[in-house]
Ligand binder design. Structure first.
Ligand code: ZN
Length: 144
């Protein structure tokens, strides 16, 4: 595992892209919307890790709810795993609560699950696994 990225909730993605571009000295390498989560995201490389900025696209988005409660700021920390299904069952056995135990497609070519912050010291933890050819197939089958 490594820290794949840190997610930051923002109100205005364009303004925050400019802010982080000034901070880091370079622009985001991509923007991507994830309709299922109601977010539009941008990514900045920071060494081996990334920053993911997230803006809500509708009021039911988890990001809209987060902004309402806590305002802008750090939203989640994402760990990269090789075998997400294995980690899910391992963590469930360890007593962690998952928001959903079924991985879904996230931004940046990943399948992701989130651990409930209630069991992780208040930190929303994301596990993500790079989508490979075979996994993409599974995803497509699951959707049918
Ligand atoms: Zn994330």
């Amino acid at each position: 595992m490594k820290i794949e990225h840190i997610g930051i909730a923002v109100k205005d993605l364009d303004a925050s892209n400019q802010l982080f571009e000034r901070l880091l000295g370079y622009p985001p390498y991509k923007e991507e919307s994830v309709a299922s989560e109601g977010v539009v995201t941008s990514f900045f490389k920071v060494g081996d890790s990334k920053l993911e900025l997230l803006q809500a696209t509708n009021e039911n988005s988890p990001i809209a709810k987060f902004l309402e409660k806590r305002n802008e700021g750090m939203h989640h920390i994402a760990f990269e795993v090789d075998d997400i299904e294995h980690e899910i069952s391992r963590l469930e056995q360890e007593g962690f609560k998952l928001i959903s135990s079924i991985p879904k497609k996230g931004a940046d070519n990943k399948i992701v699950v989130f651990l409930h912050p209630g069991t992780t010291n208040g930190v929303l933890v994301e596990l993500c696994q790079e989508i490979k050819e075979a996994a993409q197939h599974d995803e497509a089958n699951r959707d049918q």
